[in-house]
Design a binder for this molecule. Structure first.
Ligand SMILES: C[S@@+](CC[C@H](N)C(=O)[O-])C[C@H]1O[C@@H](n2cnc3c(N)ncnc32)[C@H](O)[C@@H]1O
Length: 223
């Protein structure tokens, strides 16, 4: 895999998402990796499943989609890569599995995090939910019958708001993985901001042994 300073580098959440999705691939399927960054999640699935799936990748960042295109060629994956926001590139398409990994943490935190920089789009709003909620609102229009939707909810966003929206939208919603992480060291310089977001209930963190802990949960949704 190739990475670039202008494109999101995979994190523990990327691997948690991959590990959660791969278990559900039991036959050839059409799989969309939305918010693909370098293409890491979809490519790792393709490299580790024995089923001949069709892969589709998209990201609003053209640096990301160019890199994904290089990475799928390198990995000899026959995938389709498109550039555009959320489902804009996918009018008329339907998928069996939709993996959402668009930016989903408070904007003020992505600004100070080691994961994002000015070249990596993260217009997720003050509570980090804007893009995920837009995704959840539209995703059923792009899902085949019996299709599955996977998405992470990071506690550096208003998780409760995302989950209450998802509960209204889907008949089936299940948490299938969860992992705690220590906040990256660089972010402790902004502890007042973090405490303020937590007090306003825009994020949810724990403090343990002098560390700030946040959480990623992976959800599976279907009709
Ligand atoms: C958390 S990163 C995930 C990247 C990749 N899935 C990974 O695990 O490395 C979020 C990605 O969402 C993309 N993104 C941000 N806004 C978007 C939008 N409106 N539509 C599609 N992708 C978006 C960013 O460019 C970034 O690549």
């Amino acid at each position: 895999m190739k990475y670039s300073i202008k494109v999101f580098k995979p994190t523990g959440t990327s691997d948690l998402l991959y590990n959660s999705v791969i278990k559900y691939i039991k036959k050839p399927l059409r799989i969309l990796d939305l918010g693909c960054g370098s293409g890491y999640v979809g490519i790792k699935i393709s490299n580790n499943t024995k089923h001949k799936c069709n892969f589709f990748f998209s990201d609003v960042s053209s640096a990301a989609t160019k890199l994904t295109q290089k990475n799928i060629l390198k990995n000899k994956i026959n995938g389709l890569v498109k550039t555009g926001s959320l489902f804009l590139p996918w009018r008329g398409y339907r998928f069996d599995i939709i993996i959402n990994d668009v930016s989903g943490i408070c904007k003020s935190l992505s600004n100070i995090s080691p994961w994002y920089n000015k070249s990596i789009p993260a217009n997720s709003g003050i509570d980090g939910t804007n893009l995920t909620i837009k995704f959840l609102d539209k995703t059923l229009n792009y899902l085949n019958k019996n299709g599955l939707i996977f998405f992470p909810v990071i506690s550096l966003s208003n998780s409760k708001k995302v989950l209450s929206f998802a509960k209204k939208k889907f008949r089936f919603l299940k948490k299938i993985a969860s992992k705690d992480w220590p906040l990256p060291k660089e972010m402790y310089n902004h502890i007042e901001l973090i405490d303020d977001l937590s007090k306003k209930k825009l994020i949810s963190i724990k403090k343990k042994f002098g560390l700030v802990i946040f959480k990623t949960e992976i959800y599976l949704a279907k009709v």
